[in-house]
Design a protein around this ligand. Sequence first.
Ligand code: 13P
Length: 253
Amino acid sequence: MRVPMTAGNWKMNTTIREATDLVSEMRPLLDQIENIDKVICPPFISLAAVKELIRGSSIKLGAQNVYFEEEGAYTGEISPLMLADLCEFIIIGHSERRQYFNETGELVNKKILAVLRAGLKPILCIGERLEENEAGKTEEILAEQLRLSLAGVDYPRSLIIAYEPVWAIGTGKAANSKQTNETIGFIRCKIAKLYSDEIAQNMRILYGGSINADNIAEFVQQPEIDGALVGGASLKATEFVSIVKQTSQIKGR
Ligand code: 13P
């Protein structure tokens, strides 16, 4: 049985004060919800303050990016070792990083390897662009992203995958839930081929792209979808809590 998960990717939003206010509002509500992993991923600068605020709570913490070296002359970068004291999860390969910061499949792979080496849990984001989707190339693109990202990874037990079609992110146009279920089924099959049935059946695969409190239920009712990576709606306490609650109720049945 896979434990469902809701992860909030706050992206480049919130000052430290805003982040701590948001967490203070969410904490008592999230702590009442069981049988689900609740992860929040604030910006780097707020991780330490948020970590203090969620001490003793069931909320888990993630970062949004990392560099692959352990330390050294890499001005402005943050290493997995630095994050190991602060958080448990790290989002890797988000399409915004691929698009605006030129992250390639090879770089994503180095980051995945470094995160696993540091004992952290990567949330690997993959997804096709609109033109690739329209050209019927979704599965081909996803297979290639998986192959590149996971090169040299021999046992991805702690890996989580987030399927985020680029055209659904921040557009208000979520994917079709049944289609998404099939696509995530395809990703699970690829993982089974790359590794084993056991690893594939235990791996959590999330959907991300314009998820909100009104559409989460139809996604998590699908058997292959283990939860969501939520952007905009994770910045509103009551909406995020509602997404977590609905996921736990539906998947807990
Ligand atoms: P939105 O939920 O704002 O579409 O963002 C999704 C996302 O990119 C999560 O990583």
